[in-house]
Every structure is written in C-alpha cells, then in structure tokens.
Design a protein around this ligand. Sequence first.
Ligand SMILES: Cc1cc2nc3c(=O)[nH]c(=O)nc-3n(C[C@H](O)[C@H](O)[C@H](O)COP(=O)(O)OP(=O)(O)OC[C@H]3O[C@@H](n4cnc5c(N)ncnc54)[C@H](O)[C@@H]3O)c2cc1C
Length: 472
Amino acid sequence: MTRIAIIGGGISGLSAAFAIEESRRAGADVDYRLYEASPRLGGVLRTEHIDGCVVEAGPDSFVTEKSWAADLARSLGIGDQLIGSNDADRKTYILTRGRLVEMPDGLMFMVPTKILPTGLSPLFSWKTKLRMTQELFHPPRAVDHDESVSAFVERHYGAEMVDRLADPLLSGVYGGEAANLSVRAVLPRFAEMERTHGSLGRAMLAARKKMRSGPRKPAPPLFTSLRNGMQHLTETVVSRLTASSLIVNAPVEAIRAEAGGWLVSAGLQSDQFDAVIVALPGRAAAQVLRMQSPDLSAELGAIEYSSSITVGMAYDHQVRQSLPPGFGFLVPRSERKRLLAATFVHNKFPHRAPEDRALLRCFFAGANAENVWSLSNDQIVAIVREELHQILGPQIHGLQREPLFARVYKWKSAMAQYSVGHLERLERIERLRRQLPGLALAGNSYRGIGVPDCVRSGRDAAKALVPPCQVA
Ligand SMILES: Cc1cc2nc3c(=O)[nH]c(=O)nc-3n(C[C@H](O)[C@H](O)[C@H](O)COP(=O)(O)OP(=O)(O)OC[C@H]3O[C@@H](n4cnc5c(N)ncnc54)[C@H](O)[C@@H]3O)c2cc1C
C-alpha cells in the first residue's frame, strides 16, 4: 500500500486528501494521513453566522472562470449550494480625490473596451485618456525579461492608471503592491497580449470580436460562492475524509527522505510514508524542508507573504437603503487612507444578510495591515468606522451609530506575493523538487493564490503521487 502524508489542512491539503480518498474508494491501494498544526481544519476559509448574516473571515468567493473549486463542490455533492454574484448590480467605485467614482463600463481590468464610458468618466484625467487612445497604436513587443505590474501598466497607460486601478485591484487579491508584483506571474494574459498585439486595447477588442462570432451564451457570474459560506466547502471535504486520517494540533517540524520513503516528524512522533505532499505557505514549507534540502528551503523561504485584516460589520436597514448600489469600493494608495477596500456584501451575493441588514466587509492589506496589527479589535473597528464615514459621507444615514456587530479577523502572512522573477524561482524550485522523489508541493505559493488554484494544486499533487492507474 502507498502511504502518503499531507502537511497542512487548508483547502490545498484538503483537496489533496479528497483526491486520494476518491482513489482509495475507487479501489486504489493507497492511504493518507493529514497533519494540521492548528486545532481547526480549513485554513483561511472560515465563515461565521452572526445575527442572520454570513460573515466571511477569509475569502468570500472565487472567480467563476477558474472552475476547480466549483468542480470540487460538485464532486462533493454540494453543487446546488453554489451561488453566483449579483452581476446585474455590479458596480465598483474608486475613491478619487475624496469622492467615490464609478468604474466605467467596459473596463477589462484596466483595459478600456468601450470608448464613450471611459472617455466621459471622471476617474481619469485627460492625459490618461489620451494615453489610452495612443495605446491602441502600440506595436507588438517581445519583452525578454520579467517586470513589475506597475512598470508594465505605466508603459501602456501611464502612472495614473497604476494608482487608480492596477494597484488597488491587485492589492485586493495579493495584499501587495503593483510595484512589487511580477507581470508574468500575475497578469500572464496581458503579457501575452503585448507580445502578440502590442496594444492591450486592440488585443481585447479582437478577443471580444472572436467571442461574438461564436454561439451566444449568457455570461456566467463573475464570482461564485457557497450559500452558507466558503467554510461549507472545507467542512464538506472533511466530512468525506476518513476521520482517523486527520490529525489536528500536529505541527510538523521536519520531513526527511529516508529508506526510499519519507519520515515526517510532528511533536514526539515520527512516521514513515512513501510520499509526502507539503501543502503549506512558502515560509512554513521552507521550515519543514530546511534539514532535507537547504537550497529548496531557501527558495521557498524567499517567496514573500503579506498580511491582511478583514472586518465584518452589520448595520440596520437605514444604512442599507442609503448605501450606494453596487459591490463596494477600492481606495488607491494616493488617497492616504488605511482601508484598502470595502464590499457591500448584501449587494454582492444573495443569502448573505437579512433584508433589513447592511453587511460590510472591510479590508486592510500589506503595510496598512501591519501598521494597525498591534491595535486592539476595538481600535481597528474605530478606524474602519472613521474612514467609512469620511469615504461614504454623512448622507449614509445611521452609519455614525454603533454597528449591530463587528468582527475583526487577522491573517498573518497568508497571501503570497508573486514578486518580479517569480516564474524563474518556480523553475528552480521544480528542479530541486525533482531531486526528491515522492515529494509534491501544493498551495498558494506557486501558480495562483485564489481558492480554485489551491484546489487544483492539491489535486495535482495527489495525482502526481498516486500511480496514474489508481487515480479516480
Ligand atoms: C483575507 C483573505 C481573503 C482572501 N480572499 C480570497 C477570495 O475572495 N477569493 C479567492 O479565491 N482567494 C482568496 N484568498 C486566497 C485564498 O483563500 C488562499 O490562497 C487559500 O485559501 C490558501 O489555502 P492553503 O490551503 O494553500 O493555505 P492555508 O489556508 O494558509 O492553509 C495552510 C494550513 O497549514 C497549516 N500549517 C502551517 N504550518 C504547518 C505545519 N508546520 N504543520 C502542519 N500544518 C501547518 C496552517 O495552520 C493552515 O491551516 C484570500 C486569502 C485571505 C487571507
């Protein structure tokens, strides 16, 4: 029998365990044990149900386009619990010189595909609008090196586009700064568009034209979640696994290749396995591998992580009625606030809050999260309330009152930063990993930070270790 150890009980490790469990049930001669350091399985997927509201402490949804998380839900038999975002109400505001300005229709990330709404929008200066027009004439360009997202976007649309859109949009996903993130790792499609078309605007228009010429299908919702919250996904995975194979409160200290297999040490116990899946954030993975492979450990440890804080707050129907329509707002760094974003959760998804409640999810990331980290929860809520009041203005009736409830969730170094040169680092990691047969890596450090990518990484790690004829 092939025995596989899985280290880390977040969605990545659980997805790996589920793939092995499926193979086992299909008759494969394979077994597994999952080690989780904390008392709780699920990692950053955590949902609380408070006063009729579904409050997400970690991720609130995933992009529908990447199907792996929804596929997992379907294979768990909870496909009917998947819900789509209310895209008919999709509007996002950007704080611009102290005022909330709606993102113009037709912007695909930062690429304008509709001339009129962008041309008339107060979000951009005339200088940037001129840059957008000039961008349409950029010739194809083969760039032989990686660069930062901000350098790339600035080359196409100027610095204002970095500040107003690219940076806040990406900070919402990675918690970091566009100046640090790798364009090849974070926006590979855009890097490819530049290579083939030069102009991102022209590439996007060509892609839309191609889509229009195919059979017309209704567009799926941009985001997907689960009716009872994201934790329902991890809880259901756990319920399908063999309970005796899951060990919590078991931080793994080290793994070592030994006697053709792997020795996993957690606390006073060491156990022998044929293979091991390390489904940990980069730094934790570096730690468990430091004795076995200092080189691999150094590469993993060099992947940067940023911290984030989410604050869930509920208000009464008065606030709900007077909040602007749409999904919420983003705050560019130049506006000098501490909040990075706020989501109007009751608008973004159905079933998130009773009709007479406004549910807000506020977000601090990167340096701003570190700056408020040591403050008490009450102090953090006070900052959120003060900034919400400044941003949304006195016209939001009831916002000055105490929220009905407020919850603060702190996530230390949980979001991987794919900094410039990330793909080259992944190649070096892969070369070093190949020298260690029976070792697989999964998680958000590598090829996608979102929940669907983590599901895929866990599943692929399991597939790589369970012999092909045995994978379900
Ligand atoms: C606040 C926040 C909001 C997010 N929002 C979204 C979103 O809306 N959509 C989206 O798609 N993605 C989002 N993400 C990203 C996504 O949720 C994560 O990248 C993903 O869930 C990471 O899963 P994981 O299993 O790889 O890691 P984790 O969830 O971090 O799990 C790793 C587990 O390993 C355990 N562990 C650590 N060290 C050891 C050890 N030595 N031994 C044993 N166990 C150990 C930890 O306790 C933890 O449970 C968000 C992330 C955060 C933090």
